[in-house]
Design a protein around this ligand. Sequence first.
Ligand code: F6R
Length: 641
Amino acid sequence: MYMSRLNLLEETRFEKLPVKVFANQLEASKMVARRIADLIIAKQSKGEKAVLGLATGVTPINVYKELIRLHREEDLSFHNVITFNLDEYYPMKADAEQSYVTFMNENLFNHIDIDRANVHIPDGTLSREAMEAFCLTYEQKITACNGLDIQLLGIGRTGHIGFNEPGSAPNSGTRLVTLADLTRRDASRDFGGKEKVPTKAITMGIGTIFKAKEIILMAWNEKKAAIVKKAVEGEISADVPATYLQLSDNVEFILDAGAASELTRFNTPWLVKDCIWKEAMIKKAVIWLAQTLNKPILKLTEEDYNNHGMAQLATEQGPVYNINIHIFNKIQHTITGWPGGKPNADDSQRPERAEPAVKRSIVFSPHPDDDVISMGGTFIRLADQGHDVHVAYQTSGNTAVWDDDALRYVEFAIDFSRSEGKDTTELENQYQQMRSFFETKLPNQADTVQIRTIKGLIRKGEAIAGARFAGLPDSNIHFQSLPFYDRQKTQKNVSFEDDIEQTMQLLQAIKPQQVFAAGDFADPHGTHKVCFDIIQQALTRLKETEDWVADCWLWLYRGAWHEFAIHEIEMAVPLSPQEVERKRLAIFKHQSQKDLPVFPGDDAREFWVRAEHRTSETAKAYDGLGLANYEAIEAFKRWEF
Ligand code: F6R
C-alpha cells in the first residue's frame, strides 16, 4: 500500500505532495520559465535535446510570455527543444480559433526559434479509425526522445490533468476521451456556448504524464482553490485524477496565494501551527468552530476550543465565553436594515454613517443585471428610504444575447415602422444581412458592429426597466457602455484610459457618499475585475483633487457567482419575504437572460434562483451562528482605496 511521503513540517502536514506558494502568478510563472530555460541551456551545453510537455489554457500563458522575453532579450534559443502538447479538442481543425495548435502558435511558437519539425500536438483532424495508431505513435515518439524532461500542467475544476477527466485510470496512455460537462462549460466562453464545445479530446494519459522526469502543476486564483485542496490534501481517487500525482516523486505544485487559499495552512492555520491571534483571525476561527460543530457561537465551550486547534487562543485571550460574546456582538453589528445609514441614530456600532441622512449613492453594475441579481433588495431599500440613488451599467453586456432575440427585435422594428406607413426597405435589407451573417457565423465569432449595437440596446432596455422597477427616476440611470468591453474582443492589451475618464466624469457629477461595486474577482467573465479596477482607478485619481472623495465609502457586493464568507461580511442587509419577491420581479425584467442565458457559468439554475438561494444561505448561516433568523440577507464588505 502507498505510504504518503514523510512530511516533517507541522505546517504542511496535511499536504501530500510538495507545494510552493507565490504572492502572485507573475512571480510564479517567471520562476517556472527560469527552470525551463535552465534545462534548455544545460542540455545545449551537453549537445542534447530538451523535451518539454506543454499545456494550453489560461494558466501557462505567463510562463510562455516569459520564455518569449528570455528569447528576445536574453538570447535563449529553442533550437534544441522538442515539444509534446498534452491535448487537443476532437474534432478540431488546426487553424480554428479554438484549436490548441492556434493557441500554441499565438502564445509561444510564432515568437521563438523552435524548429517546427520538433513540435508535436495531437491531431484533431484524424478519422476515428486512424486514432488508435496515432495515439500509439505519439507515445512512441515521446519514448524515442528519451521521455519528457519537464511536463507542465494546469488543473481543471473537475480535477483533470490534460483532459484526463474523473474516472481516468492511473496507467492510461494517450487516447480519445469524452470531456466532462463542467470542462465544457468552462470552455464555453471560447466557443460561444457550451453546445459548440467539442464533446471529445485527444489527451496524453496519466501514465504518459507520470513518465516525465519533472512534473510542474500550476494553478492560479481562488477559482481553483477548492480543487487544489482536494488534489493536495485529499485521498487518492479516480474522482479527482490530479490526486494521482501524490504517487509521483517528481511532482511539484506551484500556486499563487488565491489557489492556495483553501489549503489547511492558509484557511485554518490554527490546526497546524501557533498563530498570531488578531481580530480578523479570531472572527474567522470562531465562526469556523461554530459551523464545524454546528453550534451557536454562544454555546461554544473551552473543550470545543481545545479539541479544534484553538487552545492557544483560549489560553491567550480566554475565558472562551468572553471571546464568544465579543465575536457574537461583532457579527450582530454587521446587520442593518439601513444600508444608507440610520438617520438620528447612534452609528458607533453600525456599518454605515447616520449623516448625511439622505445620501447620494451609486450602484455600479458590471453587466446590466448584476445590480438587481446581487443587491436588488438593498438597491430597492435605498430608494425606498429616500436616498438619491443612481445606477451605472458599466458594460453593454451585448455578447450575452441570443441571435434569434436580436432578430426578433428587428422584426418588431420593421413591423412597427410598416404599421406607421413608413418605408422599411433599409431596415429589411439590414435584417437580411443579419440573417445571412448568423447562418454562417463561426463559434465565438464576434458579431458585426450593428448586431452588437442591437444586442446592447436590448440589454439597455431591460436594465432601465429593472432600475425603474427598483424606484429610480430615469435621470439617475446611466448606461455607460464602456468602450473596453467591445474593444477587448478584437484587441489584446487594451487600454482603459477612456473607461476611467468616463467613470471619473460620472462620479464627479454625482459626488456620491456611497459607491457599491461588484467585488467578485473570481468571476468567470473577468469583466467584473476590469470593471472594479476602473472604478478604483477613477476614485483614486479623483481623491487627489476632490474633497468629496474622502467621505465616499466603497462597498463591495459579489456578482451572480459567489458570496462572501461569513467572516468577511461587514454589512448584512436582511430582506423580508416581500422584499425577496420584489427583487425577483426586478430580475425578471432582464428577459434576455431568463430561462437559458448565453453564459450560465457553472450553475445551470436561472439567475433569480441562484440569487435567492445565495441570500437565504447567508441568512441560514447567521441563524446557525445563533443570530436572528431572517428570510434572506445580502452581504457587503468595505474596500479602502
Ligand atoms: C490544457 C489542459 C487542461 C488545462 C486545465 C486548466 O492543455 O490539458 O488540463 O490545463 O483545464 O485550464 P486553464 O489553465 O484554462 O484554467
